[in-house]
Design a protein around this ligand. Structure first.
Ligand SMILES: Nc1ncnc2c1ncn2[C@@H]1O[C@H](COP(=O)(O)OP(=O)(O)OP(=O)(O)O)[C@@H](O)[C@H]1O
Length: 659
């Protein structure tokens, strides 16, 4: 038997782990997201062989060099010069060390040895100071370069994300690319340059030390390199493991992010509580997070094992190198001074080599992530508007849609099928139909946001498929169904990208009745419409809609410049007075500016005022004409109209067959 518990029974109202569950403690039962295409590409890169890693290095270094060169030439040159200086100083220091040791181990009385070693000691000190200065200055140049590279990559990503056609945002593959590129790709561009310069620094150190070591005894160099192979293998293998883990968990981290957003965003905070979703969201979060944690823990163990094996093997081989040195010393092949200097050179080269190894593995790892950034750029390039488009015509007498068919990337059925339509200049055209019938899609095609896969949309004789989208959209004003709540002032929300013009501004704000909204705000038109900022306010849904309408009237104020205004459910949240006012204004706008107005609304009483009504059903135009013509037919329009009208009739009143 089910029992109902009072709030007191339930104890504290925070959903801590001990409180009784108000709803079952299971997750959201979301279906798994389909693996994106880039996953295959990523897995192929992550599974690269040693040979492939080595082969990729030059390309990665070149990529880093190009990125760096494009972002800060002076810093690149400075980094190179000071790194070379540092290498020269290292070699000099090692030679000075040999001289010092030779003097100190000479067979003469001790005070004479010390006196003899002093000049070499001074040279050694000078070389070390020089090496320090060069290192510091190279480090400074690198520290200046990296943020510039990250910034340039971020800018490129934002430019690409805003340049691609809107259609790309309907494609989940594009989202995956963008997500990965945005979350890691840009930072990895900086890391790529940092690791490449670190590698350069280390290589210069190695070359300097190896050069001196070769001069001391050639057998030591290959032994030293051999000592580093197991360490290198360990670090690279563990980096690749981590990459594969991140790749495997991309879907999970997207889901985790989505859940975090739902639980922390202001927009969803009320509904999370109203629908008592707290526990279910947390349970889903726990489920996803547990999977992530398990993967992390498994990875940590495997990485440690690989590193341990690599370090142990490396330690054993290094001990072997010193044993060989001892043998050479005992056999008299090298004198004691040279053996001492060799130990110093080995330590210097080991330090540099281990830095180089770290840089190489990190460079490889960064290269893997950076390849996603490059892949996104390539993907974005294929989604740019095609080149060679002509500027939009200044206006039209007629907009003609001929056999227009359009489908969204992820959907099987087209949203619009074989649509034929003519919209005349200066007329108000209403699109009506049930949910999902294709009204907004048609509006987006008319707005120049999408181009049809079949058929054409023409402004008089000009097919819009061959027209530059930006110049076309500059001639169209839109009130979108899901309009953006721009985090700007009320004035900024209205003026947007145009220059401010007081007359135009006054007309637009009056037409949309936005002035009445703004008069209630503390700073009037200068009030910031975002609660996240100090003194920001949050307008109501209807108030936002009036501001969106003002924005649209402002942009479309000059009918010669903007001959088309499209309003997609512009009054859904408005009260009856505001709604009536809006429709009156929209007709007045069409009369004053001579623009064509396309109106989408479910309020059929307002549709009646339109010059022409187009009825859509399942993506097809099923009827069109004036209100009277459509009412005379016994079709979908009349059925919808009568359904709405019946809600306003007293229950006893007889149903009229005429409007
Ligand atoms: N971005 C999208 N990606 C995939 N399918 C979409 C997208 N937008 C709309 N659709 C689909 O296209 C069809 C038409 O949708 P559209 O939004 O044009 O209908 P509508 O008539 O404006 O509906 P409503 O009255 O509910 O606003 C629907 O089946 C919808 O699921």
């Amino acid at each position: 038997m089910r029992t109902t518990r009072s709030p007191e029974d339930r104890g504290p109202q925070t959903p801590d782990d001990t409180a009784a569950p108000a709803t079952p403690d299971h997750g959201l039962d979301l279906p798994e997201l389909a693996p994106p295409k880039w996953n295959r590409h990523g897995a192929a890169v992550a599974g690269a062989s040693w040979f492939r890693i080595a082969r990729r290095m030059p390309a990665l270094v070149v990529q880093a060099a190009v990125l760096a060169w494009q972002s800060g030439r002076r810093d690149v040159v400075t980094t190179l010069l000071f790194n070379l200086g540092s290498g020269a100083a290292t070699a000099w220091a090692l030679i000075a060390t040999t001289s010092v040791l030779t003097e100190l181990f000479a067979e003469v009385p001790t005070p004479d040895r010390v006196w003899a070693a002093l000049p070499s000691l001074a040279l050694l000190a000078l070389a070390l100071v020089l090496r320090g200065c060069c290192g510091a200055l190279a480090g400074r140049a690198q520290a200046r370069l990296v943020p510039k590279v990250v910034l340039a990559a971020e800018r490129r990503l934002l430019r690409d994300a805003t340049s691609v056609e809107l259609r790309a945002f309907d494609d989940s593959d594009f989202h995956d690319h963008l997500y990965r590129s945005h979350t890691r790709g840009c930072d990895e561009a900086g890391a790529l340059v940092r690791q490449a310069t670190d590698l350069l620094t280390a290589m210069v150190g190695i070359v300097a030390a190896a050069g001196v070591l070769t001069a001391l005894h050639p057998a030591l160099v290959p032994l030293l390199l051999l000592a580093m192979v197991p360490q290198w293998w360990g670090a690279a293998a563990s980096a690749r493991m981590r990459y594969r883990m991140i790749l495997a968990f991309t879907e999970g981290s997207r889901r985790k992010y989505m859940l975090e957003q739902l639980m922390t965003a202001r927009e969803s905070a009320a509904e999370v509580r109203s629908f008592t979703m707290e526990r279910r969201l947390l349970a889903e979060f726990d489920r996803v997070a547990r999977r992530e944690l398990d993967i992390h823990l498994g990875l940590a163990t495997r990485q440690s094992a690989v590193r341990l094996a690599g370090d142990t093997a490396s330690g054993l081989v290094t001990a072997g190198v010193f044993a060989v040195l001892a043998v050479l010393l005992v056999q008299g092949v090298v004198p004691i001074a040279v053996a001492g200097a060799a130990v110093v050179a080995v330590r210097v080269a080991q330090g540099a080599l281990s830095n180089a190894l770290y840089s190489v593995t990190r460079l490889y790892e960064s290269g893997l992530y950076f390849s996603d950034f490059v892949a996104f750029q390539n993907e974005a390039r294929t989604r740019l508007p095609r080149p060679g488009l002509v500027p939009a015509p200044a206006g039209f007498e007629e907009i003609n849609l001929r056999n227009v068919t359009f489908g969204y990337p992820s959907s099987e059925a087209p949203a619009l099928k074989d649509v034929n339509l003519t919209l005349r200049r200066g007329r108000t055209v209403a699109l009506v139909g049930e949910n999902g019938s294709g009204k907004s899609t048609l509006a987006k095609l008319l707005s120049g946001l999408y181009t049809p896969q079949q058929g054409s949309v023409r402004w008089d004789g000009t097919d819009l498929a061959g027209v530059d989208g930006v110049s076309l959209r500059e001639r169209i004003s839109v009130i979108a169904q899901d309009h953006t709540h721009w985090p700007l002032t009320a004035r900024g929300n209205t003026v947007m990208s145009s220059a401010e013009c007081p007359d135009r501004f006054a007309r637009a704000s009056t037409a949309a009745r936005a002035d009445a909204v703004v008069s209630g705000f503390r700073d009037g038109w200068d009030t910031l419409l975002d609660k996240r900022f100090a003194h920001g306010v949050e307008p109501s849904g209807g108030q936002w809609q009036r501001l969106a309408a003002a924005r649209s009237f402002y942009r479309g104020d000059d009918g010669a410049e903007v001959p088309l205004l499209i309003a997609d459910e512009p009054t859904a949240a408005m009260d009856a007075r505001a709604e009536h006012g809006f429709f009156t204004s929209v007709h007045a706008h069409a009369r004053r500016t001579g623009a064509t107005v396309v109106l989408i609304t479910h309020r059929l009483a307002s549709v009646r005022m339109a010059d022409h009504i187009v009825v859509l059903d399942k993506g097809r135009v099923v009827a069109q004409g004036s209100h009277a013509e459509l009412m005379s037919e016994n079709g979908l329009y009349r059925e919808l109209w009568e359904l709405q009208a019946s809600a306003y009739r007293p229950p006893s009143a007889p149903r009229s067959r005429t409007p």
